[in-house]
Design a protein around this ligand. Structure first.
Ligand code: NAD
Length: 354
């Protein structure tokens, strides 16, 4: 076997329908008595409901926003201090969980995360923050949530298109963990099972968004994919998503969704074993299947539809080459430009790598 290292991350996970009713128990286990509940304006009703179910709480803060702006974090920290909170409950998608992490980074607050999308931030020691229009990302165990409740009930109303784009965001974590630095057999097991569960379930969610069994499988798959991001590495696909998403302020999950099939085509010749795992998990050619799933959900299929200008293609190639992530296939300007141009235009996938 190829030598490997494996680092498991400490997090307590509770999974199940209605599991939010056990939030007090989880909070007690991580030493929190008066949490500040965090969410976005759009999910303030859910925030109220979670708050109402807690024995004691310091209050509700509903200003979480995409890309974790530092100004919002500062307001949340002020609310945390004024209310005498001793921890946070982050109820929402990656944006809300990002705010909880940003608070923890500054004051060590223990976190209970209750994710409502499939993006996966709750299982990772990664935080991205934005200040003065610049997004910086770092990895530190200080931001890993101590406890997570996966409550399927909160995902039942996730709109179909968002379900599929945030699900493909999760698939991207698993796919790259299979071939990035840090790949190991344990993550490979989780990646394959995660992609199989998520891909199969999302197909059903498109047809019946209220199919509770499918939602449960999707959330289970998303959890496994999130572990892959938390413990494993990332490569070209995540680099491209960060570069184009950050430079042109594109929506996170949709950007991942458009790019993933093209990035996998680029890397496929260098990682036949990883591609075989992915193909097995989706029951066919993985890039084609992922793209077909997105199309069926009516998700955007081109970066230009998300607002990326055509001139951005050359810039993105330059930035990717200037500060590359380690990648199994060497990065070359010509083929990179080819996949970015195809992703920008939403061209059909080629059968071979560029
Ligand atoms: P999001 O958290 O930005 O949510 C988008 C919108 O959908 C918000 O208004 C939110 O309130 C709403 N929403 C969330 N769940 C809902 C539900 N069940 N029903 C109805 N509306 C709902 O979206 P996201 O894709 O989960 O997260 C994206 C952000 O997370 C990005 O900033 C990304 O960088 C970050 N992220 C971080 C990591 C990490 O490890 N640090 C991993 C993945 C994503």
């Amino acid at each position: 076997m190829t030598p490997f290292t494996y680092t498991g991350l400490p997090a307590r996970v509770l999974f199940g329908r209605g599991a939010t009713t056990r939030a007090d128990e989880m909070l007690a286990e991580i030493g929190v008595r008066r949490p500040l509940v965090l969410t976005t304006p759009r999910q303030s009703d859910l925030g109220e409901a979670v708050l109402g179910g807690l024995m004691d709480a310091a209050g509700l803060f509903t200003e979480a926003a995409m890309h974790t702006p530092v100004a919002v974090t500062e307001r949340a920290l002020a609310a945390y201090g004024e209310a005498g909170a001793d921890g946070v409950v982050s109820v929402g998608g990656g944006s809300t969980i990002g705010l909880g992490k940003a608070i923890a980074l500054r004051n060590g607050a223990p976190q209970l995360a209750i994710p409502t999308t499939y993006a996966g931030s709750e299982m990772t020691p990664i935080i991205g923050q934005t200040e003065d229009g610049r997004k910086t990302t770092r990895r530190t165990p200080d931001v890993l949530p101590e406890a997570v409740i996966y409550d399927v009930d909160h995902t039942m109303g996730l709109p179909v298109a968002m379900s599929v784009t945030s699900g493909i965001n999760a698939v991207a974590h698993a796919a790259e963990a299979l071939y990035a630095e840090g790949a190991n057999p344990v993550l490979a097991l989780m990646a394959e099972e995660g992609v199989r569960a998520l891909h199969g379930a999302l197909g059903k969610v498109i047809d019946r968004p209220d199919d509770a069994d499918a939602r449960e499988r999707a959330l289970y798959g998303a959890w496994l994919c999130a572990i892959c991001l938390g413990s494993g590495g990332v490569a070209l696909h995540h680099k491209l998503a960060h570069v184009v998403g950050g430079s042109f302020d594109l929506p996170h999950a949709e950007t991942h969704t458009v790019l993933l099939p093209y990035a996998l085509r680029y890397n496929a010749p260098a990682v036949p074993d990883a591609m075989a795992v992915l193909d097995r998990a989706v029951g066919g050619d993985a890039p084609t299947a992922i793209r077909a799933l997105a199309e069926r959900a009516g998700a955007p299929a081109a970066l230009r539809a998300l607002g990326m200008p055509e001139e951005g293609i050359d810039l993105a190639v330059r930035q990717t080459l200037e500060t590359p992530y380690p990648n199994p296939r060497p990065l070359e300007a010509g083929p990179l430009a080819a996949i970015l141009r195809a992703a920008w235009a939403g061209d059909p996938l080629t059968e071979r790598a560029p």
